[in-house]
Design a protein around this ligand. Structure first.
Ligand SMILES: [Mg+2]
Length: 341
């Protein structure tokens, strides 16, 4: 284990869009936020695609069908087909199909994306615990999911029907704030039944397996904004990852990341796909990247000047090396403030 612990971001002499054959892109906080494309996403993805990189979109949100997600991306100026979209609804449907007889009935608590994905695996979505389901599945149902659906799930799960969840993200960002996600809905049924679901979504292996099966990626790069789903999913799948800072992760969280949350590369936004990545070099007691040198003492310190991202990469090396297999508890607030991060 200790051999494989990442202690600094890696460099790349090649543009990442050339070094990897397929980008497995998270959506919210990476490609779009709310109804808008994130700055630089549209043109960066177009350039990466023109250069031959295959783009796939990987989402834990089971509410919408791949068709609907692809249509939304296309509307934002990012041409995509349904085949380019992989959802946790697809991953959980495969997981269920492997464990129940072909053609089985499955009680669905969730949206259209989940029903379409179940039918794609030859399973029959049903609505009541009295419909004799062979499995129960929960996916994000959106704001209009009636409370009675949790009762249906609970009746079946309490009888011992196998229980599955597309994902367990506790929250979901909306234009108006943070809303309860599917993980919160799963907790409702867990509280009522004391049972434990099988989960498919990021960071768990069924989602990564679904993505690789559908894209045929040989050398994939996971691109995400969240450490405990996107980056940990890449870690669990044994593939490289790029963290972009356009979503939920800030500099302080990155510096405090335990090994499974440390990305291979760090960049500001999706322009990072189009460039190489600078090396972080050990130098004396510290680490240098570009014009910055970072050291770990009583706190994390930064000397020099230059690109803010280089300073962050140097700080990552100092923090992750100091933490080893743990999470760095040193204060990096002053150093991050110097970088404006
Ligand atoms: Mg995200």
């Amino acid at each position: 284990m200790s051999q494989s612990v990442r202690t600094r971001p890696e460099g790349s002499g090649q543009a990442l869009s050339e070094a990897y054959d397929t980008a497995l892109l998270d959506l919210d906080g990476v490609v779009y936020a709310g109804g808008h494309a994130i700055t630089h996403a549209v043109e960066s993805l177009a350039t990466a695609r023109e250069g031959g990189m295959h783009l796939a979109y990987v989402t834990n949100n089971a509410l919408r069908t791949p068709d609907a997600v692809a249509a939304h991306l296309t509307e934002l100026g990012i041409p995509a087909a349904a085949d380019d979209v992989i959802t946790s609804a697809q991953a959980v449907s495969r997981l269920i199909a492997e464990q129940v007889p072909a053609g089985s009935r499955v009680l669905v608590i969730g949206g259209e994306g989940l029903r379409v994905a179940l039918r794609e695996r030859g399973l029959e979505p049903v609505e009541s615990a009295d419909d004799d389901p062979a499995a129960v599945v929960q996916g994000f149902g959106g704001p209009d999911l009636p409370w009675g659906r949790f009762a249906e799930a609970s009746y079946a799960v309490a009888r011992g029907v196998p229980w599955f969840a597309s994902n367990t993200d506790l929250t979901i960002p909306s234009g108006r704030g943070i809303a309860p996600g599917n993980g919160a809905a799963v907790e409702v049924v867990r509280i009522a039944t004391g049972a434990e679901p099988q989960v498919a979504g990021k960071p768990l292996p069924p989602m990564h397996r679904e993505t690789i099966l559908r894209t045929g990626a040989q050398r994939p790069l996971v691109v995400g904004d969240r450490l405990d789903t996107d980056i940990e999913g890449a870690f669990n799948g044994g593939v490289d990852s790029l963290l972009v800072l356009t979503g939920v992760t800030d500099g302080a969280q990155l510096l405090a990341a335990p090994p499974q949350h440390r990305p291979t590369y760090v960049d500001a936004d999706l322009r990072g796909l189009l460039s190489g990545q600078p090396e972080v070099v050990a130098e004396g007691a510290g680490f240098r990247c570009g014009g910055w040198t970072a050291t770990a003492g009583e706190r994390l310190e930064l000397d020099g000047d230059g690109e803010a991202l280089d300073g962050l990469r140097a700080l990552c090396a100092a923090a992750w090396t100091a933490a080893g297999e743990g999470a760095c508890a040193l204060d990096g607030g002053k150093a991050l403030a110097r970088l404006g991060l």
